[in-house]
Design a protein around this ligand. Sequence first.
Ligand SMILES: [Zn+2]
Length: 284
Amino acid sequence: MDSDDSDTPRQWALRISRRPQRPTIDRLSQRIQHMEQRAGEAVLSLRGPVFGVDLGPALLGVVGVRAATLTRDDKVRVAGPDVLVEQACMARIAQAAASDEDAGLDAALYVLHELAHLPQGIGDYAVVQRLRAIDEGLVLDMDLAADHFAALVVAQIGWTELARLKDRQGRGLCNYPVGPDHAPAARLRKARRVVSLRADCLLRQRGLLASGAGYVSAAFGSERGLAVVEMGRGVSTLLACAELSPRAQAVLLGAADRAADVRAATARLDAVLYRLLPQLRRAA
Ligand SMILES: [Zn+2]
């Protein structure tokens, strides 16, 4: 559910064709090999439950991660000694990353996120589709928890700090922007996920979330308000509750929309979060 699945092949082809400096086929396959290796190291680093997620039984006998063509809209599947990852998803991640190192991090985060969905009970894409029809917010909650699990695992290996991983997760979603085919509820779910990861990243970068903290979930929608909550560590805790100006509301609602300049769009989002989160305002 990470990389949202909702692009049609034509949209995907268009998006890829617009991207400058595509790696050559040789570079792409080399990069994907590197991604398989990094994702494999991350998966094999698991020695027990992390953030309450125990993948031990699902990964019994697994020795590595391999890109493959999967059926039934599967993104990741455990098959004997391999964790198989949909080839098209790996290619998207490889194309979007600026370096092999970033692509390796993104692949590890992606595979771990998708694996977390197995014990969450939403490994089957048809189940996800049904859940979305019932409550997009529930799917968002499960995605943010899977994101946090994935970031924690990679941080524990020591490749990089949690704030940078949340940053990568947020940027990764910008590669799958909201398009005309998305229903308003799906657009809101995707926007809330981007804003949640961005707020989490900014708070961590400034030392405002302790290392043992949970993760950030940002709520907003048709009402002119923003609530930011820390979840995943016992009872949820309100971090901020603010009124939104029409402009700030538009920035939040559009956080996952296609942006001509992703860097400028991120700066606009950061400015809104700095204004609305008192912790960030004080730290600025
Ligand atoms: Zn997901």
